[in-house]
Design a protein around this ligand. Structure first.
Ligand SMILES: [Zn+2]
Length: 445
C-alpha cells in the first residue's frame, strides 16, 4: 500500500463562491491530499472519512480558514519605495520608481525577492501577479526566489522602448526586450506544474511603441502566457497616450489595435474609461486589476467598480505596491469599500459593495481574473489547497481575554477581518497544502 500525503486542518471554514454571499462551516475541516482539497465540511463528518483517521489534525475550531488571498497587480522591485508621497503618477514614476527599478540588479533581486515573497505569505496572499523591472537577470533571479518560496506567482520583465531608464538607444531596445522576454517565458512559464507563470509586461502605452506592444501580444499568444499592463490610471497619462497615438480613438483602442486585449490580459487601474472602452474590454474578455489603495495614494481617482462589474468584466483586487503603500489585502478590501462609499457621497446611483462581495473579489474574483477559477478561490473539493488560517482573537478588541467569537456569523468574521485584519491575524499560509508561512505563537503578556 502506498502512503498517501494527507493533511487535515480544522477551523471555521469561510469562502465566497458567489458575489455577496458567504459560505460558512463552523467547526469545519479540510482534508488535503497531495496538495488538493479531498474533503471539506463539518469536522465531525470529515474526520470519519476512512483516510482522515490517519491524519494528525492541525489548528482548532477556534481558527478561521479561508481561501488564499489573490493580489493580481504589484511591482516587486518597488517595495522599498512604498509611501513616497507625490502629487501624481508621472512625477512619482520619475522621482521614485524609475531610480529604484534601475538599481534592481541580479544581486539585489537575490537578496530582496525572498523577503518580498515572505511578506506576501505573511499577509495571507498565496497568489500574486507581479512586474519585475526591464532587466532580464533580476527577473530571472526573482523567478528563482519565487520557485523556492512555494508561492504561486505570475511574473514578467517590464518592457518599454521609449522613455526607458535602461540607457540603450531606442532602436536597440526593441529586439533585446523581445528576445529577453521570450527567453524568460521559455524558462519559467508553467514551471512546477503551473505554479509559476510568465506575463508579457509592456509597462503602458506611454513608454511603448506600437511595434513593441504588437510583438508582446503575439509572443503571449504563442506561449499561451499572460499579458499585463496599465490602463487609464491618471488624466495626464491619458492625455499623453492621446498625443502619442492620435490615430486611435481611445487609450483602450490602442491596446486593442496592438492585440494586447484578451482573456489572458490583466489591466491595472481602469479608472477613467469611456463606455466604448468598457465595451472593448468586455468583448475581448480582458480582466481588470482594481487597485483602490494606489488609486487614492497617487490621487488617480476612484474606479467606478459597479460600472465595470455591471459590464460583466472580471475584476480582481490588487495592492499595486508601491503605488499602494502595503501588501495587506485586507486594507485593499477596506479601501475598495470605502472609496465606493466616498463616490456615493457625490454621485447618485452608486452601488457600494458589501463586505462579502469584496471578499469574493479578493478570492474567487481574483482567480477568475486569472482564469484559475477551477483551481483556486474557494474551499471546494478538487481545488488546489491554497488557504490561510487566521486567529480572530488577534483582531478582537481585547484579544484572547475578550469575548469568545464562537457566536459570530461568517459575515461578521469577514467584516472584522476587513476592518481590523492584517498580517497579525495570519497563523499559517498554505499553497498546494504546503505550509509556506507559520507565525510564531503570540506573546503572553
Ligand atoms: Zn502598477
Amino acid at each position: 500500500m502506498t502512503m498517501k500525503n494527507l493533511k487535515g486542518l480544522r477551523g471555521f471554514l469561510i469562502d465566497a463562491p458567489e458575489p455577496g454571499k458567504l459560505r460558512g462551516i463552523r467547526d469545519g475541516a479540510v482534508l488535503i491530499e497531495d496538495g488538493v482539497i479531498a474533503a471539506a465540511g463539518p469536522y465531525d463528518e470529515v474526520r470519519r472519512t476512512p483516510d482522515a483517521e490517519l491524519v494528525r489534525w492541525q489548528h482548532s475550531s477556534e481558527a478561521v480558514i479561508i481561501p488564499g488571498l489573490i493580489d493580481i497587480h504589484a511591482h516587486l522591485p518597488q517595495y522599498p519605495v512604498v509611501a513616497r508621497v507625490e502629487k501624481a503618477l508621472l512625477p512619482w514614476l520619475r522621482r521614485h520608481v524609475f531610480p529604484v527599478e534601475k538599481q534592481f540588479n541580479a544581486a539585489t533581486a537575490r537578496t530582496f525577492a525572498p523577503f518580498f515573497f515572505e511578506a506576501l505569505a505573511r499577509n495571507g496572499t498565496t497568489c500574486a501577479m507581479l512586474y519585475a523591472t526591464i532587466h532580464e537577470d533580476s527577473c530571472d533571479a526573482a523567478f528563482a526566489a519565487a520557485e523556492r518560496s512555494g508561492m504561486r506567482i505570475i511574473l514578467g520583465k517590464v518592457m518599454m522602448d521609449s522613455g526607458s531608464y535602461g540607457g540603450l538607444p531606442a532602436e536597440k531596445i526593441l529586439p533585446r526586450s523581445l528576445e529577453q522576454s521570450e527567453r524568460l517565458c521559455r524558462k519559467w512559464h508553467g514551471r512546477d506544474n503551473g505554479r509559476l507563470e510568465y506575463a508579457f509586461s509592456p509597462r503602458f502605452a506611454v513608454t511603448c511603441t506600437e511595434e513593441l506592444m504588437r510583438e508582446a501580444g503575439s509572443l503571449a499568444r504563442k506561449f499561451d502566457a499572460y499579458i499585463q499592463t496599465h490602463l487609464s490610471e491618471n488624466h495626464n497619462e491619458i492625455e499623453m497616450v492621446r498625443s502619442l497615438f492620435p490615430r486611435h480613438p481611445s487609450y483602450t483602442a490602442v491596446y486593442e489595435a496592438c492585440g494586447l486585449l484578451g482573456d489572458r490580459t490583466v489591466l491595472g487601474h481602469c479608472i477613467h474609461l469611456g463606455d466604448e472602452e468598457i465595451q472593448l474590454l468586455a468583448e475581448s474578455r480582458s480582466a481588470v486589476a482594481h487597485c483602490p489603495t494606489s488609486n487614492l495614494f497617487l490621487n488617480s481617482g476612484i474606479m467606478p467598480l459597479d460600472r465595470l462589474l455591471d459590464a460583466g468584466l472580471r475584476v480582481g483586487l490588487a495592492s499595486d505596491v508601491a503605488g499602494g503603500p502595503e501588501l495587506d489585502m485586507w486594507r485593499v478590501m477596506r479601501c475598495a469599500i470605502e472609496s465606493q462609499k466616498a463616490r456615493s457621497f457625490y454621485q447618485t446611483g452608486v452601488r457600494v459593495p458589501a463586505e462579502a462581495e469584496i471578499f469574493h473579489l479578493a478570492t474567487l474574483g481574483g482567480a477568475r481574473a486569472l482564469g484559475k477559477e477551477s483551481l483556486l478561490g474557494t474551499l471546494d473539493v478538487g481545488k488546489e489547497a491554497d488557504m490561510v488560517v487566521l486567529d480572530l482573537a488577534r483582531v478582537l478588541p481585547y484579544g484572547e481575554r475578550g469575548n469568545v467569537h464562537s457566536d459570530l456569523s461568517a459575515e461578521e468574521v469577514i467584516t472584522l477581518l476587513i476592518y481590523r485584519g492584517g498580517p497579525q491575524a495570519v497563523i499559517e499560509t498554505f499553497v498546494r497544502g504546503t505550509s509556506i508561512h507559520r507565525a510564531p505563537p503570540p506573546l503572553l503578556l
